[in-house]
Design a protein around this ligand. Structure first.
Ligand code: BTN
Length: 271
């Protein structure tokens, strides 16, 4: 990246400005880390360190969904993971990506962007992916033991900073606006939005949260294809239900409920 001073984000800088109470009470920052999700997972075992945030300037083995690599170059993006309490109901797990997506979208809106949400957990600007979310959980003796959510936002990459294979489908905030964005301010806003939405979720006001998600998703009523395990299902995107599951009306008129699908890009604006 050129002509932009890159100040590393440190725990002290974040704590000086953060007004959240749960998220960020413990913050780990790294110059370089394999993956913030991997580090956070180890911290989170046994339900420990709830509210901790792990942030890296660079990830050398950043991971995306479906075991894809997540390009995380130094100083240009926000690569972070939050540790959540594993006391939530199993049926609520599908809401965590939506909660995270809403939090990112509200943050980007505060910075003047108009993001949209793509089920279950992508944030787009002008139809291109600007943020990916990777929620991960681990069970022990059939009980939820670890719950984390990793968030990667492309902030100050130029078009040529993005790897060739994603240049057509991905963007950064800098590309979308033409201006660099202060990563620290963005991070503070994201954590505060996340904390507020998490509290809405914890107080069982999920319908309010879902409404925030739905109003930012332009894909309702469109024909989409999702991958559920190894099976591809196509149909009209009818709804996202109270557990965050996708409701798809297939060609034969049946309704398929998809809870862990991988939406395919049929074009930049399709789920
Ligand atoms: C996706 O495939 O869309 C999800 C991408 C998630 C990337 C973030 S960056 C911070 C955290 N650490 C990781 O290794 N992955 C997530």
């Amino acid at each position: 990246m050129r002509n932009l001073t890159i100040l590393p984000i440190t725990a002290d800088l974040v704590k000086d400005r953060l007004r959240a109470r749960l998220f960020g009470k413990q913050i780990f920052t790294f110059e370089r880390l394999a993956s913030t999700n991997d580090f956070a997972k180890r911290l989170a075992k046994g339900g420990r360190n709830v509210g901790t945030i792990v942030i890296a300037e660079e990830q050398t083995r950043g991971r995306g969904r479906q075991s894809r690599p997540w390009h995380s170059p130094p100083g240009t993006g926000l690569w972070l993971t939050l540790i959540l309490s594993p006391t939530i109901k199993r049926s609520d797990l599908g809401l965590i990506p939506l909660l995270s997506g809403v939090s990112v979208a509200q943050t980007l809106e505060q910075f003047g962007f108009q993001p949209s949400l793509k089920w279950p957990n992508d944030v787009l600007i002008n139809g291109k992916k600007v943020c990916g979310i990777l929620g991960e959980s681990e069970f022990r003796y059939n009980e939820l033991d670890v719950l984390i959510v990793g968030i990667g936002i492309n902030v100050n990459q130029t078009a040529t900073d993005l790897p060739n294979d994603i240049r057509d489908t991905a963007t950064s905030l800098r590309q979308a606006s033409g201006n660099p964005v202060d990563r620290l301010s963005l991070l503070i806003s994201l954590i505060e939005n996340f904390e507020r939405n998490h509290s809405i979720f914890s107080n069982d006001r999920r319908e309010a949260l879902l409404e925030e998600w739905r109003k930012r998703c332009p894909f309702f009523g469109q024909n989409i294809t999702v991958r559920n395990d190894q099976i591809y299902i196509s149909g009209i995107f009818e709804a996202v239900d109270i557990n965050g599951q996708l409701r798809l009306r297939t060609n034969d008129g049946n309704v398929e409920i998809v809870n862990a699908g991988e939406p395919l890009m049929n074009g930049p604006e399709k789920c």
